[in-house]
Design a protein around this ligand. Sequence first.
Ligand SMILES: CC(C)(COP(=O)(O)OP(=O)(O)OC[C@H]1O[C@@H](n2cnc3c(N)ncnc32)[C@H](O)[C@@H]1OP(=O)(O)O)[C@@H](O)C(=O)NCCC(=O)NCCSC(=O)CCC(=O)O
Length: 514
Amino acid sequence: MSKKFTTSSGIEIKEVYTQPSGMEELPGEFPYTRGIQKDMYRGKPWTMRQYAGFSTAEESNKRYHYLLGQGTMGLSVAFDLPTQIGYDSDHELAEGEVGKVGVAIDSLKDMEILFNGIELKNITTSMTINATASILLAMYIALAKKQGADLKQLSGTIQNDILKEYAARGTYIYPPGPSMRLITDIFEYCSKEVPKWNTISISGYHIREAGSTAVQELAFTLANGKAYLKAAQSKGLDINVFAKRLSFFFNCHNNFFEEIAKFRAARRMWANITKKLGATDPSAQKLRFHTQTGGSTLTAQQPMNNIVRVSMQALAAVLGGTQSLHTNGYDEALSLPTEAAAKIALRTQQIIAFESGATDTVDPLAGSFFIEELTNEIEKAAQVYIDKIDAMGGSVKAIEQDYMQQQIAASAYQYQNDIESGEKTLVGVNKFNEPEPVGDTVFRVDDAIRQKQIEQKQRLKEERNNAEVTLALQELRIAAGGTANLMPYILTAVERYATLGEIADVLREIFGEH
Ligand SMILES: CC(C)(COP(=O)(O)OP(=O)(O)OC[C@H]1O[C@@H](n2cnc3c(N)ncnc32)[C@H](O)[C@@H]1OP(=O)(O)O)[C@@H](O)C(=O)NCCC(=O)NCCSC(=O)CCC(=O)O
């Protein structure tokens, strides 16, 4: 056969493997290649955490209650673009975007509606929020306080990963320096006030979605992780404290074995990176991660095929030892998922967890000559990139020099060529394709919700104590010009119902825009 046998990262696959190194490692022990817990899913299944949010807080709240009723175990909030880049719904740049790719949140009022009927102390919530992470985290904390929750027990995650925004995703506001300050302020604040909060979700997912290979996804994510470790250490924070609550987020793409090996390599590499930087506490060395099945692998053609793709990707994530998982809806190449598609996505996780037996033993593929060697090879290939980035002075420098962006673009181009030439097969797209009408169940968000948000904000401004808001914003402005931790100032502003846009504008004034 003339077919080339390589993984998506170009690692050559041999016809047969013989015993490689790495076979003596144990789960729950350094370097955690085989998993961070001794018993893994026998002790506790991964968190089924479906990413959702659209339109108004009321609508999204309904979807959360629906998902919880269907057996989802954790919440994951999608915010609309204006919220992600620090504009209220009434800002002119928000036109056409309010409630589109996620829920619109202008103030604590919206947050109260978003979690109506949900006790924050009883659930963990992830919020995909980066440039405005401190504001949304402050709103979440303010709401938890209003509900009477013990902040020492409150748990969840904010994405808070600005480096991959510059490199791949795009929702940044401020320049890298002040952005890194906001992030490390959160590390410091949470380690004292909300110690169970996962303060960042260092994300390879979007790097992969932008077209990187598996090896690049791993390498760039870990390099970014190193940059956060070093930024926090140079602020004087203790790696054995803050690193316990760093978390990761990876993509799970089509190449089944490569993805499993990637997760195993990620744990081993992170354990070594943190150890070298002084971490001695095992919790600070363990790489904990969320996985989302690959959004860009979904096809608009023959959308039902996506259910099969998602199943295999989800199984790979579980065999790779994920802590938390989102499975995509089969219709997401066309629109936001309908309720029916969201349900099948969740059922896919439940079938893997409760029917397949995949959870009955720890790291079931360990000792496979192929998996062990592929784990080693991915590690080696990723290390080459990390060394290169280190030589450039770390991730911030590499991103400023467009290094990651160019590497990702080159891989995306190669992938597209391979699809077009037929070198790579996509079922229903470049092989076994057939004409198919687009279904009529496509989900759309109504533009009228912007008007609703605008009216709500006007009411808010009439109801709140505006003198107190102005004072809180002024105090934040002064603090931002100095070196104090900004979280307490943001929390006060949020509790007085300052809006997201008002707070982000104060920081724009002081930090400038990127
Ligand atoms: C750490 C993770 C990865 C997972 O946290 P979870 O709370 O769900 O799970 P966990 O930490 O494994 O488990 C919760 C608790 O149970 C414990 N536990 C787990 N397994 C155990 C076992 N076998 N034995 C004993 N204890 C165990 C853990 O130690 C932990 O307790 P302790 O805490 O006490 O130790 C977190 O960061 C997370 O949930 N991330 C989700 C991120 C996400 O959803 N992102 C969506 C992005 S969506 C996106 O970006 C889409 C695209 C776009 O918008 O552009």
